[in-house]
Design a protein around this ligand. Structure first.
Ligand SMILES: [Cu+2]
Length: 214
């Protein structure tokens, strides 16, 4: 019995020493917190963490906006697009960015406007390649959204305070990258040394994100 307790205590010690909490603060060029920046961690030991990135996602078109504006999914996730507006939207998803290029990649769909008492129109798209897909609407040029397909379970969006908080990141060297749709020049990845002490890191974008429509 004594041995068992000692073993449990040793295991608890080992567990707490093998992971750490990591907080990333993302600021814009002027030092203001950035919401909806995507922070991706790559722990050296590939530890699944499906709790962070849901395996299903819905992007709603509502009041001429994509909600959420930034959606994070893992490779292979089917994303549902649903039009809650009373008018049609003609969505385009492109990995090529928002320049007017011929549509050779991505997807297009027209979703009819919602009629009272009827189910909203929707369509599913499987996101099969890691990277960013930019969402726009042929009919409404102001609509902008992004789907970020991540290749790591350890991915979070920053909150309104610009923070992405990861609990129990496996110790060791952890590659970390920050992505934002307005950051056209990708930021260089960093390597963090994670241990059982809390780690706070600040990352600065080289741009000031455009203002959102409220
Ligand atoms: Cu539209």
């Amino acid at each position: 019995m004594k041995n068992a307790i000692a073993l449990i205590a040793a295991y608890a010690l080992y567990s707490s020493a093998s992971a750490g909490n990591v907080q990333i603060l993302v600021l814009d060029k002027e030092g203001k917190p950035v919401v909806d920046a995507v922070v991706v961690m790559y722990p050296g030991t590939a530890t699944p963490n499906p709790a962070l990135v849901p395996r299903t996602a819905t992007v709603v078109q509502e009041k001429m906006r994509f909600v959420p504006e930034v959606t994070v999914v893992t490779t292979g996730t089917s994303v549902r697009f649903t039009n809650q507006d009373r008018w049609d939207h003609h969505l385009r998803g492109s990995t090529a960015g928002l320049v007017a290029a011929p549509t050779t990649d991505g997807f297009e769909m027209r979703l009819a406007g919602k009629v009272d008492g009827k189910t909203a129109s929707s369509s599913d798209v499987t996101m099969d390649k890691p990277g960013a897909t930019f969402l726009s609407c042929h009919i409404h040029g102001s609509m902008r959204g992004t789907i970020f397909v991540t290749d790591s379970d350890w991915t979070l969006k920053t909150n309104a305070d610009g923070l992405a908080q990861f609990a129990n990141v496996p110790s060791g060297a952890v590659k970390m990258r920050v992505w934002h749709p307005d950051q056209l020049l990708d930021l260089a990845p960093q390597v963090l040394q994670v241990n059982d002490a809390a780690l706070n890191q600040t990352v600065k974008l080289s741009v000031v994100p455009r203002r959102r429509r409220i």
